[in-house]
Design a protein around this ligand. Structure first.
Ligand code: NIG
Ligand code: FE
Length: 406
């Protein structure tokens, strides 16, 4: 058994998403202690005076001990980079213009089809190291740069390999996003490509991904194809997730809520009806502020969603196009400074609610007995440093299942 003492423990509580303004209620234990079993599960949380005897003890000197961060939305497996496209956007071209002209997602698809599985795995290593340094102990990784059965399988197999390779360092959740764009070969035949996903890819990838996602967007997968696809995914046992209302207001949030989706993500242009639907359902509203920042778009209305009773999560959207960032510190800064979230709400959004957006809140996301001992230790004694040290990393060390990994 391992013990952590002299900790300022700050954590949300529970095994499911926290909705509405309750997101701001965190439990704080000063002079706290945590005991962890040899297999990395928390066995005690509380006053250090009542701490059970432990072999090894880590003295945190009053520093904040948070649940490890959950980055519940990334596209971290991909081939190639798109810096030229970023320059084009700086010069005034829009994301969708570039995509419709054959760039954007399609250009990453070309590079990902050419890349070997080893090359993809190798480039992921770079990102995993940075995630660990920033206190991330669980990451979701989507496929979606293959858009054919063989390359989607290759991407999902790379994620499965990463899951094994990093088993002692970070938890990885896999999401199938075959409906990320309509591939060039199917231009103008979205329904046929949707049929291919439903009839061939979904049944084949059941053992490789627990979630299925769709880019539900005007001119990409409209509501009817998205619904058809997600009903089929659900029937095969996938959890469903949506890229919803990112570029225009289409009603993706409403559709996600009506299908019992784990989450609807982006939501820059979500409608009031969509907010009501998510608040009434268990669908987590996931905001990705670095993407809005990088695209110079307005931020998702997180304040309004929390006040309306939604469970809001925050994630980075790390990808080679719309948001080549993956920065947790930037995510926190933008959420607090521009989206009017409180520091406490951002902590809940990046831990327990992120876990709920992946369907794993029963085992990660809080510091409570029975959960995995995944921690981000700050260099400071207060969570107020998270936004105050603007867009800089406050995390001094990261523990995954009780082991120090950064
Ligand atoms: O979440 N919107 C669709 N997908 C990604 C962007 C992917 C890309 O540009 O490569 C997103 O923003
Ligand atoms: Fe995304």
């Amino acid at each position: 058994m391992k013990g952590f003492i002299n900790a300022t423990i700050v954590t949300p509580i529970g095994k499911s998403a926290v909705k509405g303004t309750a997101m701001g209620c965190l439990t704080t234990i000063n002079n706290g202690a945590v005991a962890v079993s040899d297999d990395g599960i928390i066995t005690y949380v509380g006053d250090q005076k009542a701490m059970p005897a432990c072999g090894e003890t880590v003295d945190l000197g009053g520093r904040v001990l948070l649940p490890g961060f959950v980055d519940s939305h990334t596209h971290a497996v991909f081939g190639g980079f798109r810096p030229d496209e970023f320059r084009m956007r700086l010069e005034g071209r829009s994301y969708m213009d570039i995509m419709n002209a054959g760039g954007g997602i399609q250009s990453t698809v070309d590079a990902t089809r050419k890349a070997s599985a080893d090359e993809l795995l190798h480039s992921l290593d770079f990102f995993i190291r940075r995630m660990s340094e920033a206190g991330v102990t669980t990451v979701e990784i989507k496929s979606g740069y293959g858009l054919d059965t063989a390359t989607e399988r290759k991407m999902l197999e790379v994620t499965a390999k990463a899951k094994e390779r990093y088993a002692g360092r970070i938890g990885i959740e896999s999401t199938f996003l075959g409906a990320h764009a309509v591939p060039r070969e199917y231009a103008g035949r979205t329904a046929e490509y949707t049929d291919l996903i439903i009839n061939e890819m979904l049944p084949e990838f059941r053992g490789l991904a627990s979630n299925c996602d769709v880019f539900c967007e005007r001119g990409v997968f409209e509501l009817d194809d998205s619904r058809r696809l997600m009903e089929a995914a659900r029937a095969l046992g996938y959890n469903v997730k949506f890229h919803a209302d990112e570029i225009v207001q289409l009603g993706g949030a409403e559709l996600a809520a009506s299908l019992g989706a784990l989450s609807a993500d982006h939501l820059l242009h979500v409608s009031d009806e969509g907010i009501r639907a998510m608040a009434a359902s268990g669908t987590v509203a996931t905001c990705l502020p670095p993407t809005a920042f990088a695209l110079r778009e307005p931020y998702a209305p997180a304040r309004k969603m929390i006040d309306a009773g939604c469970a809001v999560a925050l994630a980075t959207d790390l990808n080679p196009g719309s948001c080549f960032s993956g920065s947790i510190p930037l995510t926190i800064a933008l959420a607090c400074i521009y989206m009017n979230m409180s520091v406490e709400e951002t902590v809940t959004a990046l831990t327990l609610n992120g876990a709920a957006a992946l369907g794993i809140a029963h085992r990660v996301g809080t510091i409570e007995p029975g959960k995995e001992a995944n921690f981000a230790v700050l260099a400071f004694d207060s969570i107020n440093f998270l936004p105050y040290y603007v867009a800089m990393n406050c995390v001094e060390s990261t523990y995954y299942k009780g082991q120090k990994i950064s």
